[in-house]
Write a protein that binds this ligand. Structure first.
Ligand code: LLP
Length: 380
């Protein structure tokens, strides 16, 4: 099996993002079925993809929204997420963003520092409200993933470090407009070694007991996101193993009666449903290398340039025997390379190329560097 572009898109101007909404729906069905037995509350991390048609389907499937900016909070509300299903996270929330989220009466702020808690308290008081808060702790648990997307280590900027937690919790008494409702931790993204979630669970168990000893009962635990996908096999393995993922928490997280456990997944929901479709502008043979030069580049999908990420690439126009190509974009940076020495069916000018698993952190991270126009999004 290989990638099938709906025929009506064959002559669309390229590059464009194509979203397979049927696969998105199947993924959502698998996710909600796996979450249901353990009553996990799933919030979708908008940062992965915030296109309205995608958000609307996710909202209709019953997920909440995990937002990291005022813009995302606003987009979530526009897409129909109820305010009490919206969480606002992020290490640097501005006063204006906090004020808008307070006014919308969102479910919870994930707070990352003492100064932020003080600002939340002040701004909530000014609006005559209480800000519901989960403390984002830095659990110092290694996610075994790429360094740029590891977030739960002491060395990362995220969360409240465990050594500071006692001071933070004791200080809550002086913040009457902040209501502590939970703990939050997120250790990283594209996690494929699921046992790290067992380590995270054990850390949260300890912290919970410690907090209870100090008189804090928490109705909510948020274990973050990070479930990885199979970038190598988008056709044979398009839907992540949500059962195994939730199973780690069911097995290792000690839940208090009535306590809600939240997860905030981004990539695992949308990555496989998105494909970047591009046309070959030129095939150029140098002494050592055969280049396929595409009309898409790091401006449309920066992951290979930024993280060295692998995306499966196919020439969907050619049936010829395969040759080795460096697949590159038109941007004036050597890092504007999608893949080196990859096998593609023999490629000619005008062929269409599919760059797979690009639905998460693809379009949202695009830029107009070199004054390039934004690629269109097409859905089916
Ligand atoms: N919660 C928090 C606090 C996060 O920081 C993130 C992602 C998520 C949830 C969602 O994680 P996911 O389930 O999607 O792994 N641009 C990078 C990924 C950055 C992830 C940032 N935080 C990439 O293209 O791989």
């Amino acid at each position: 099996m290989s990638f099938q572009l709906p025929a009506e898109f064959n002559s669309q101007p390229t590059p464009f993002y194509y979203y397979d909404l049927a696969l998105l729906d199947q993924t959502l069905a698998a996710l909600t079925a796996a979450a249901r037995p353990g009553n996990f509350q799933v919030h979708y991390a908008l940062k992965a993809n915030s296109n309205l048609p995608i958000l609307q389907r996710i909202q209709q499937a019953g997920l909440g929204a995990d937002c990291v900016s005022g813009g995302e909070v606003q987009r979530a509300l526009e897409a129909g997420f109820a305010p009490d299903h919206v969480v606002f996270a992020g290490v640097g929330k501005s006063d204006a963003e906090i004020n808008r989220a307070l006014a919308a009466d969102i479910f919870c702020f994930n707070a990352e520092s003492v100064p932020e808690l003080q600002v939340l308290n002040e701004l909530a008081a000014a609006q005559g409200r209480k800000a519901r808060v989960a403390l984002r702790i830095n659990p110092n648990v290694d996610a075994h993933t790429h360094a740029y997307i590891t977030t739960g280590l002491e060395a990362n900027k995220f969360g409240i470090s465990l050594s500071d937690l006692a001071g933070v919790v004791d200080g809550l008494d002086s913040l009457p407009n902040v209501e502590l409702i939970g703990l939050h931790a997120h250790i990283g993204s594209q996690i494929t070694e699921l046992h790290v979630f067992a380590n995270l669970s054990r850390k949260l168990n300890e912290l919970q007991t410690w907090l209870e000893d100090r008189g804090h009962q928490l109705p909510h635990l948020n274990v973050g996101g990070g479930l990885g996908i199979d970038y190598q096999h988008p056709d044979t393995n398009p839907i992540p193993d949500f059962k195994a993922y939730f199973g780690m928490f069911e097995q290792h997280l000690v839940r208090r009666p009535g306590q809600q456990v939240h997860v905030e997944l981004g990539r695992a929901v949308v990555a496989q449903a998105g494909t970047l479709v591009s046309r070959v502008l030129y095939v150029k043979e140098s002494q050592q290398t055969r280049f396929a030069i595409l009309d898409a580049g790091m401006t449309e999908l920066i992951r290979p340039a930024l993280y060295g990420s692998h995306h499966h690439i196919e020439n969907i126009s050619s049936q010829l025997p395969a040759l080795a190509y460096d697949v590159v974009g038109p941007i004036c940076e050597s890092s504007d390379t999608f893949a080196k020495a990859v096998q593609l069916a023999e490629t000619r000018r005008g062929d269409l190329v599919a760059i797979r698993s690009a639905g998460a952190y693809g379009e949202v991270m695009s830029s107009n560097y070199n004054l390039r126009e934004k690629a269109e999004a097409l859905y089916r």
